[in-house]
Design a protein around this ligand. Structure first.
Ligand code: SAM
Ligand code: SF4
Length: 321
């Protein structure tokens, strides 16, 4: 079992399989980075899988594939199948912008993927165009329908922003509710790479909007999920991810692996250790030791909401969010 120095059990690994993306979301990657990581620096799926086996053997129980846009990486379904065949009971999920989902959902499901989180910030094509800087909405919505049709469980992530999609919070929630999909509103997290124009809604502002339309009760946190949950009268639950809140990190159970093999203990900080050399040499024990060290060095809290004006220097498209 992996336990950090604050007694938190770390059993959740997020793997960013590529930093590349086919969207240019204002809050994440508004401009193409100066240079991409060269393809030869990426860990192959075989190498990533070597590490996945180490991580599972050390106590990881949940794996999420993310990016960048994970569906841009060829043969992703084969990687998913490797993980599934090794540990069918692992909670195996993926976060995607869904643009390429229509043609890939069935393959992903057949490979053993269980759940999907899809980012839907708006239901208006022109707003989607503004956020992602590309005409994306039709593909995204078709991708979601296909994923549901093949039997993948879909959750939705929405980042509410002032003067952008704040007026659609209820519409997006209703879209999800009608389809039996849960929704999590993610507070915009400031980072050096995002467009300076973005101003996110804080949870109290979001709740005020929702209270004009619904009655709901505060259900608090559920296990190690970062979401603060609320339940409506008809039983529908929605979540809010509030990284600026003081107790956000108390239950954190996750570490992140980048496509280059950097193992990151916290989404906020620059700290990371590479598993690349150990994995390329096939040195399982050395890779396990890097993993244990990263867990030992996991910081107590992020610094969102800390000193005035502090923003993260981590790119979401690199860490996978
Ligand atoms: N491309 C995929 C997608 O968009 O779902 C996966 C990677 S993306 C980095 C993962 C999640 O991070 C998405 O739900 C996205 O909305 C969220 N995200 C990205 N930048 C963010 C920011 N600055 N604040 C809050 N959430 C952010
Ligand atoms: Fe791409 Fe996802 Fe970042 Fe948008 S949030 S730019 S889809 S990685």
């Amino acid at each position: 079992m992996l336990i950090d120095s604050y007694n938190r059990v770390v059993d959740y690994l997020r793997i960013s399989v590529t930093e590349r993306c086919n969207f240019r979301c204002q809050y994440c990657m508004p401009e193409k980075p100066f240079s991409w990581v060269p393809k030869e620096n990426l860990l192959t799926f075989e190498e990533l899988f070597l590490f996945v086996k180490v991580a599972i053997d050390e106590g990881i129980k949940k794996i999420r594939i993310t990016g960048g846009e994970p569906l841009l990486r060829e043969d992703l379904d084969k990687f998913i199948k490797m993980i599934f065949d090794y540990a069918p009971d692992i909670d195996l999920a993926m976060t995607t912008n869904a643009y390429l989902l229509k043609s890939t959902a069935q393959k992903l499901k057949d490979a053993g993927l269980k759940r999907l989180n899809v980012s839907i910030d708006t239901l208006k094509p022109e707003v989607a165009q503004k956020i992602a800087q590309k005409d994306v909405l039709a593909n995204v919505l078709e991708g979601v329908e296909e994923a549901r049709a093949v039997g993948l469980k879909v959750k939705v992530n929405m980042v509410p922003m002032k003067n952008m999609n704040a007026d659609e919070i209820v519409d997006v929630l209703e879209y999800c509710k009608e389809r039996g999909m849960s929704i999590r509103f993610i507070e915009y997290m400031e980072n050096q790479f995002a467009s300076k124009e973005i101003s996110g809604l804080k949870s109290n502002e979001l709740l005020a909007i929702l209270r004009e339309h619904y009655e709901f009760i505060d259900e608090g946190f559920d296990g190690s999920s970062p979401s603060h949950y609320y339940r409506m009268k008809d039983g529908y639950k929605f979540g809010i991810i509030e990284p600026y809140e003081d107790d956000f990190c108390k239950q954190c159970n996750r570490i992140r692996l980048t496509a280059e093999g950097q193992l990151i203990p916290c989404l906020y900080f620059d700290e990371a250790l590479s598993i690349g050399k150990a994995i390329k040499e096939g040195n399982i024990e050395a890779a396990a030791e890097v993993l244990r060290e990263v867990v030992r060095n996991k910081p107590e809290k992020n610094r969102w909401g800390g000193e005035e004006g502090e923003v993260s220097t981590r790119a979401f498209y690199e860490t996978g969010g």
